[in-house]
Design a binder for this molecule. Structure first.
Ligand code: SF4
Length: 175
């Protein structure tokens, strides 16, 4: 499989201008969900939801392993990759991520699949870690609606600019 793709956007994760944390949204021409069980078997700490289908996993570059941890969330025809500090970095890591997906595709015969489903924390559990001020700066009207987005993998904890320190670290651990 040669995965064809187009970078649709490279945006700031945090709503503040100049926040400097970027993520790339990439549209994939082919349905890549068939690769998810292989990624789930190959990558440590992958989080797989077969019913959506959706998978999220840490990414350290490919083929060379970098000292930076990126984060990739994949749906059938879309991947979201972060976190970057420049457009150039984003484009380079997107290219490496596509190479990685093609590597998984090319080596399917040698990779043990895993259909183990990740059990995401509930929105109520996530809410306990949020400031609960309902300030709206993440783009959601309430912290609860933001926690629903987090539980569905549609948001990043850093989008809540008041979340930091221990609570941020703990939330990232369970998501
Ligand atoms: S930015 Fe944080 S505190 Fe404000 S509404 Fe969103 S989740 Fe709640």
């Amino acid at each position: 499989m040669i995965i064809r793709y187009e970078i649709k956007s490279i945006d700031s994760i945090v709503c503040l201008p100049g926040a400097g944390i970027l993520r790339a949204v990439v549209e994939i021409e082919d349905d890549i969900s068939q690769l998810f069980p292989y990624i789930n078997g190959y990558v440590k700490k992958a989080r797989y939801l077969p019913k959506i289908p959706w998978i999220r996993f840490p990414f350290y570059g490919f083929p060379e392993r970098l000292n930076i941890k990126y984060d990739i969330a994949c749906k059938s025809n879309q991947i979201i990759i972060g976190k970057f500090t420049s457009n150039e970095e984003a484009k380079e890591i997107v290219s490496q991520a596509i190479k990685f997906l093609n590597f998984i595709s090319d080596n399917r015969d040698n990779i043990e699949i895993s259909n183990k489903e990740w059990a995401p924390p509930s929105a109520i559990t996530i809410l306990k870690y949020l400031p609960q001020t309902n300030c709206g700066r993440c783009g959601e009207r309430t912290c609860l609606s933001f926690s629903v987005k987090l539980s569905q993998g549609d948001a990043e904890p850093e989008e809540c600019e008041d979340l930091s320190g221990k609570n941020l670290a703990l939330l990232k651990e369970i998501l």
